[in-house]
Design a protein around this ligand. Structure first.
Ligand SMILES: Nc1ncnc2c1ncn2[C@@H]1O[C@H](COP(=O)(O)OP(=O)(O)OP(=O)(O)O)[C@@H](O)[C@H]1O
Length: 276
């Protein structure tokens, strides 16, 4: 079996320009990104550079214009069924209670209702929402909705978790609590099974370093590609707030920032140009 949970090889993604339909736009160019089974990898890059596009490729929601995607050694065809996703915005169904939201994926897989309810309840407990199963999304705080979404993903026991800035809408304290919880759940693995591979998209360098085994830096678009890769050799378990004071964290931060800084400035200038 392949050592890699996910391999994106020589990926190029070409879009038709939204402003000028005749024009083609290379969002991502010749990008190779491999994630080992059980590895936590963050991808950082300036705004609009193509991070979500890469995640959508990994999820099988978008076909690359060139290149190949391999999941545990098998070419990916259609949606990536070994992966669970957590996006920036809530994907909870407002008309379903928290437990019913966690149950839905299990039911869709054919798990009988009673078993699905028991598994969903166990996951709600693991994410700290034991007594909140009957609440509807609008009755939950932002952090609780994120916990529900996390339970929803983990209940399906995916081998790969794809996260696209999942905590960016949360206040700093809630965000750090959630980051620590994700790390704990990830470190504990999926019950009998091995640790999950995580592809985590963020524009927050501190978050990327605090959480990951490896940080990949993307260039500003167009034709985004990886321009730096850093092994994060900080000890685990980590507390995302405390680890920021670690001398090695500070050292890694300045090394990654040295690569990222110019790209952020380029990305920012491009956003201004687009808005003009
Ligand atoms: N379906 C599409 N059609 C045309 N252009 C697209 C499409 N999806 C994304 N793009 C363009 O591709 C580029 C990369 O977008 P993407 O959303 O992947 O960037 P990002 O790094 O995730 O952005 P952000 O940091 O703002 O979340 C952007 O210029 C975007 O406008």
């Amino acid at each position: 079996m392949s050592d890699f949970a996910l391999e994106l090889e020589d990926i190029t993604v070409t879009f038709t320009s939204a402003h000028a339909p005749g024009q083609r736009y290379n969002a991502v160019a010749d990008t190779t990104l491999r994630i080992r089974a059980g590895e936590f990898v963050s991808v950082v890059g300036p705004t609009g550079c193509g991070k979500s596009t890469l995640l959508n490729i990994a999820a099988g929601l978008l076909q690359p214009s060139a290149g190949a995607v391999t999941v545990f050694g098998q070419p990916l065809a259609g949606v990536n069924r070994r992966a669970g996703y957590m996006f920036q915005s809530d994907a909870l169904m407002p008309w379903r209670s928290a437990i019913a939201n966690v149950m839905v994926g299990l039911q869709y897989r054919g798990v009988p209702d009673d078993a699905a309810r028991a598994q969903a309840q166990a996951w709600l407990e693991r994410v700290g929402l034991a007594g909140f199963g009957d609440r509807y999304p609008h009755q939950l705080s932002g952090g609780m909705r994120k916990r529900t979404a996390l339970a929803q993903v983990l209940a399906l026991d995916p081998d790969i978790i794809l996260m696209d800035e999942p905590f960016s809408a949360l206040d700093v304290q809630t965000r750090q609590l959630m980051e620590n919880e994700v790390l704990e759940l990830w470190a504990a693995g999926g019950g009998q099974r091995a640790r999950k591979a995580v592809l985590f998209i963020t524009h927050d360098l501190d978050e990327a370093i605090a959480m990951s085994d490896r940080v990949v830096v993307l260039s500003a678009g167009p034709a985004t590609r990886p321009i730096g890769e850093f092994e994060i050799d900080l000890p685990r378990p980590r507390d995302v707030a405390e680890v920021r004071a670690h001398p090695r964290f500070i050292e890694l931060h300045s090394q990654v920032w040295a690569v990222l800084r110019d790209e952020v400035l380029k990305g920012y200038a491009q956003q201004l140009k687009k808005a003009a």
